[in-house]
Design a protein around this ligand. Structure first.
Ligand SMILES: [Zn+2]
Length: 338
């Protein structure tokens, strides 16, 4: 009897069905999409041991709340108990949470500190890997993430429609560590020495398993009049003459620019280990093209196209730009001498 009384006094609201349905579908599909995307980002980050930025779990929770809220609304509708107050308050809370996530995502994407959009362009789109090797597989995955995101959750900014993409996945895709950077800086110094001496700006160091630099060299093709005097080639020959096979496999070659096919072949045949470069062959090709330098007689292949078994890492964001400047200076010097 009491129940019936309450039902009789409950006020009735007129809900605009079409608008409500559209709203439900939009919020549900948006939340479900974000839930899937950000959960996936978290899995990728964990898999790559990169750490998970707070934005990812935050967006997962926010999206999950969105989905839960829709189910709550649907439940209330079936019981004829949906009050405008619930819808307004719930929507407002979700909107605030969502807006915070959107602002942080935009900051990561286009903010001053390491914009993800720029990094995607530099380290994925501009850095195509080809051939039947693990790097190509990695590139395809990264490019898929980037392309997928450009279509999945577009954010309208003053520049138009831009992708919602993972802040930290692509920025750290190559595992160049702080220790690696120390050796790479030395390589760039050597490249600068080479340039000042009149040679091409390339420098490399050979580091043993304990982390000690055991040999280093720079390009000497002009000063010594020998076209094979690339630093990577010189280091490979030195390693063959001075190291045991075991010492060679555990040694790492750091270099300012990715090995050319000649040096990659020498590196592999001598049995040397890991390679870390500051700038890639793909970048060099692009820079030369921009500077109006004609392509050489040897194909500009990535190391793993020549030697598929060698672990390769790079480029190093920031240092690659210094290497680019060295090539720019070389070109300017050559023009002055003409
Ligand atoms: Zn070479």
């Amino acid at each position: 009897m009491a129940l019936r009384m309450r039902r009789e006094v409950r006020p009735s609201y007129h809900w605009p069905e079409i608008q409500l349905n559209i709203w439900l579908i939009v919020v549900l599909s948006g939340s479900a999409t974000c839930l899937g995307i950000f959960s996936w980002f978290m899995i990728v980050q964990s898999q790559m041991d990169l750490g998970v930025p707070w934005l990812f779990p935050y967006m997962v929770v926010t999206s999950a709340l969105g989905v839960a809220f829709i189910f709550l609304v649907l439940g209330l509708i079936t019981r004829h108990f949906l009050l405008p107050g619930i819808l307004i308050l719930g929507s407002f809370i979700l909107f605030v949470l969502w807006l915070a996530g959107l602002i942080e995502t935009s900051l990561q994407l286009y903010g001053v500190a390491g914009s993800v959009n720029d990094n995607c362009q530099n380290y994925v789109v501009d850095n195509v890997s080809r051939g039947n090797n693990i790097n190509t597989l990695a590139w395809l995955t990264q490019n898929t993430i980037y392309t997928f995101l450009t279509q999945a959750t577009p954010i309208t900014t003053s520049q138009g429609i831009y992708p919602d993409s993972p802040p930290h996945i692509l920025k750290q895709n190559r595992m160049v560590s702080d220790t690696d950077l120390k050796y790479l800086r030395r390589c760039v110094e050597l490249a600068r020495d080479a340039l000042e001496a009149g040679d091409a700006p390339f420098g490399s160091v050979l580091v043993d398993v304990s982390g000690e630099i055991i040999q280093e060299d720079r390009n000497r093709t002009v000063t010594d009049g020998d076209v094979t005097l690339h630093p990577e080639f010189t280091l490979a020959k030195w390693a063959q003459a001075n190291l045991t096979p075991d010492e060679r496999t555990t040694a790492t070659v750091y270099t300012s620019g990715e090995h050319c096919p000649m040096c990659a072949a020498a590196h592999a045949n001598v049995g040397l280990g890991r390679i870390v470069y500051a700038s890639s062959t793909a970048q060099l090709v692009k820079w030369r093209l921009d500077l109006g330098i004609e392509a050489g007689l040897v194909a500009a292949l990535p190391i793993n196209d020549v030697a598929p078994g060698i672990p390769v890492e790079g480029p190093a964001p920031g240092l690659d730009e210094e290497v680019r400047e060295l090539h720019q200076i070389k070109k300017t010097k050559e023009e002055e001498h003409r």
